[in-house]
Design a binder for this molecule. Structure first.
Ligand code: PAF
Length: 292
């Protein structure tokens, strides 16, 4: 595996790859590091499907709000290099802040409607920062396929929309959320949880499981479901709900009020963001169309 830190080096490696393997395709996994099994599964899939896997580790300040955890976001360079290598990555791009943003970018990437609710509402500007860095990384790595975890289902919807609107020549591949044995979604932020918060955090998974059962009940409406979801999360005394919403996916607009959700013709997402102490966790599940 080649580890590279500069844009010049990255570009020359990608150019060489395109010359020496013109038929070969490049799979790409962008990350913010502190890699775990969720990232490893994306990397293995990129390698399996593309034959050549590139990944990046860059904690992007533009997607953090002023009072968020940019400074304390966990980082571990040696662990990240070892995990990427063990997962079959051929090229790991680990740029510095100065390399990615020699100047504060003046360009804005604003991806409308899909970025406005859920994390977009709780974290103003978050998806503008994600759009900008992912657009930059796509221009640098020029991947044919890019792999994203569905734990960040809104991010997947936002990036897909950006790629469609801007005709980036890349296929976005959404990948299933990887979970701990008790169901908690793997996340770099899980390390912030103390043992009691970690124990209670499983309520997110239990709520999604319960929501799946409730959604099959004939006549259930969006407001019934949302109240039951909120009540279920409140069973964990430390849980502080940021949002708990039922929306259509991937457009992230609300279903018609009063509609029978068990017969809803479109995909729906139950999306949760819940704080335990200072740690904000997200999770979600996308449910298929009628007959779910
Ligand atoms: O999902 C993440 O880790 C980040 O939002 C991403 C896509 C690497 C952009 O910084």
């Amino acid at each position: 595996m080649i580890v590279c830190e500069t844009i010049n080096e990255l570009r020359s490696i990608i150019r060489k790859r395109r010359r020496t393997a013109p038929e070969g395709i490049i799979g790409f996994v962008p990350t913010m590091g502190y890699l775990h099994e969720g990232h490893a599964s994306l990397m293995r899939r990129a390698k399996d499907e593309c034959g050549y896997a590139a990944a990046s580790v860059f904690v992007n300040p533009l997607q953090f709000g002023p009072n968020e955890d940019f400074d304390r976001y966990p980082r571990n360079r040696e662990h990240d290099i070892a995990l990427a290598e063990a997962s079959g990555v051929d090229l790991l791009f680990m740029p510095s802040l100065a390399e990615m943003y020699p100047e504060k970018p003046l360009t804005k990437v604003l991806i409308g409607q899909v970025s406005e609710r859920l994390c977009g509402a709780s974290r103003p500007g978050h998806f503008d920062g994600v759009g900008l860095v992912v657009g930059k990384l796509f221009n640098l790595v020029q991947p044919d396929k890019a792999y994203f975890g569905m734990k960040d289902a809104q991010q997947v919807a936002v990036i897909r929309r950006m790629v469609d609107d801007m005709n980036f020549p890349v296929e976005i591949v959404p990948c299933e959320t990887v979970r701990e044995p008790d169901g908690l979604a793997k996340s770099s932020r899980n390390v912030y949880l103390n043992p009691e918060e970690r124990r209670q955090a499983v309520i997110l998974y239990e709520t999604l499981e319960a929501a799946g059962r409730w959604m099959r009940e004939p006549g259930v409406t969006a407001s019934d479901l949302t109240s039951r979801i909120r009540a279920k999360i409140a069973e964990a005394p430390l849980a502080d709900i940021d949002y708990a919403e039922l929306l259509k996916y991937p457009d992230l607009t609300p279903p018609e009020p009063g509609a029978d959700i068990s017969r809803h013709p479109k995909e729906l997402i139950v999306a949760l963001a819940v704080k335990f102490g200072r740690t904000r966790l997200i999770d979600n599940r996308v449910f298929g169309s009628a007959g779910r």
